[in-house]
Design a binder for this molecule. Structure first.
Ligand SMILES: Cc1cc2nc3c(=O)[nH]c(=O)nc-3n(C[C@H](O)[C@H](O)[C@H](O)COP(=O)(O)OP(=O)(O)OC[C@H]3O[C@@H](n4cnc5c(N)ncnc54)[C@H](O)[C@@H]3O)c2cc1C
Ligand code: SF4
Ligand code: SF4
Length: 404
């Protein structure tokens, strides 16, 4: 818990802060639709009584109903501790990673040591990768040298194209099967369970912004059973995710008549571009797709995956990945990958337009849950607070310089 957020106790047990467990997680985060579906609570639960159902954690033990947990009543609080939305400790996370908090307002994309553009030197990865294939190139190389023994990530489901399932890759070849982006949600932290079953000890956690913070929150809360296996966090910048059925079935296939079996890539570059096997692109206005975005994303302030070792995004130059190198270890990995010829790189300053887009998107995303501080800095606001800050932000920005 952040130092300045510690509830005041006057020594009277009646005023001691209530220890939170599933009951609170359910009422404050799941029922209010702030839950991102990251599955960290499911992973952390030592009693195996919560499971993911349709991107929501659901109580499987019917003893006290869906909204309470007997183990929680008996003293367990691991699910609540693991949640990045329920009282997250950003102070602890950022001090652990960077020795300081993000500076407001000069670091809207979070703490960085270096900002670079990169692309893989492998033609196989370039073909399958979303942008410059840097995620697959670096993590694949770390798997090949033994620096990692696994990577938790996402790969398309066999029978449902463009919907992913969590997956753990142990070789560069396996990792390549998940290369590219699907803009539907995938609870990648759930793959930590698969990694544990396979007794893996040095894992890269690949995932969108909320998932990067989820694994850090477990570390900050001392949930070592899971956090100690995560050696490297590869964050994917993320503005929103779309619901599979309305996005793929209703819009891509229904409204635009696209044969989904002919789609090789879906990318968001201002608008949504669907690339077909014959190389043509079909443009779908982003606004149309945004009607299908997941509710929880509207409450997410973190575009740039601020708690990753390195964050990766598709902003800017075509065929290159924007890479924000954040931690000392991230920089070390980056420098060694460059020296090993795994990636080609150039400073992000060589693409000033890309940097402008990064700044605009990072600011805009913070704005959607209200002003920078204090709401987006320490503990997470619940629904009522979010509604209030949104109203305040609107009032504040009327006539002023609101991000577009
Ligand atoms: C849901 C989503 C939204 C994104 N939104 C933006 C955005 O708004 N702006 C932006 O600049 N960049 C965004 N990105 C990041 C961008 O699409 C690329 O992932 C990034 O630029 C890295 O490209 P690459 O070629 O280096 O990655 P690759 O080498 O192609 O590797 C991509 C990795 O992403 C994993 N992955 C694919 N789909 C998912 C998923 N749904 N959930 C979790 N992991 C997944 C794969 O397992 C793979 O390991 C988003 C990514 C995702 C997954
Ligand atoms: S840990 Fe993740 S899945 Fe669980 S309640 Fe929190 S946000 Fe939702
Ligand atoms: S916008 Fe935020 S909450 Fe939504 S999937 Fe992306 S990182 Fe998670």
């Amino acid at each position: 818990m952040a130092e300045n957020d510690t509830p005041v106790s006057n020594g009277d047990p009646a005023h001691a802060p209530e220890r939170k467990h599933w009951k609170h997680l359910y009422s404050e985060i799941v029922a209010t639709e702030i839950c991102t579906g990251c599955a960290a609570c499911v992973v952390a639960c030592p009693h195996h009584v919560i499971e993911m159902q349709d991107f929501r954690p659901a109580m499987q033990d019917s003893l006290l109903g869906i909204d309470n947990c007997q183990h929680g009543e008996d003293g367990c609080s691991l699910c609540a501790m693991a949640c990045l939305r329920l009282d997250p400790d950003f102070d602890a996370i950022e001090h652990l990673l960077y020795g300081r908090r993000r500076k407001h307002p000069s670091e809207p994309w979070g703490v960085t040591r270096k900002m670079m553009l990169g692309r893989t030197s492998s033609s196989d990865i370039m073909t399958k990768g979303q942008d410059g294939g840097v995620v697959t190139a670096i993590i694949g190389w770390m798997l090949s040298t033994g620096e990692l023994d696994g990577a938790t990530c996402a790969k398309p489901m066999k029978d449902t194209p463009w919907l992913d399932e969590p997956f753990v890759a142990t070789t560069p070849e396996e990792l390549l099967t998940g290369a590219g982006s699907r803009y539907t949600y995938c609870s990648t932290p759930l793959a930590l369970k698969m990694a544990a079953e396979r007794k893996l000890k040095k894992v890269a956690a690949i995932g969108v912004s909320c998932e990067s913070t989820a694994v850090r929150e477990m570390a900050a809360e001392g949930i070592k059973r899971w956090s100690r296996m995560v050696k490297f966090v590869a964050g994917l910048m993320c503005n929103e995710t779309f619901q599979y059925e309305p996005f793929i079935n209703d819009i891509v296939q229904g409204r635009y008549g696209i044969d989904i079996s002919q789609v090789t890539k879906i990318n968001v570059k201002g608008d949504v571009y669907v690339t077909l096997t014959d190389g043509t692109d079909v443009r779908i206005p982003l606004k149309e797709c945004q009607e299908t975005s997941n509710e929880w994303c509207h409450h997410c302030p973190d575009f740039a995956a601020e708690h990753a070792d390195i964050s990766f995004g598709g902003i800017g130059l075509k065929g290159w990945t924007m890479c924000l190198i954040r931690t000392e270890y991230g920089e070390d990995v980056w420098n060694r990958a460059v020296a090993a010829g795994v990636i080609e790189v150039m400073p992000a300053e060589e693409d000033p337009a890309g940097l402008k887009v990064l700044e605009r998107l990072a600011k805009k995303q913070r704005f959607r849950v209200g002003p920078f501080e204090p709401q987006a800095s320490g503990r997470w606001p619940v629904r009522e607070v979010l509604d209030r800050v949104r109203r305040e932000a609107l009032a504040e920005y009327q006539g002023a310089s609101a991000p577009e």
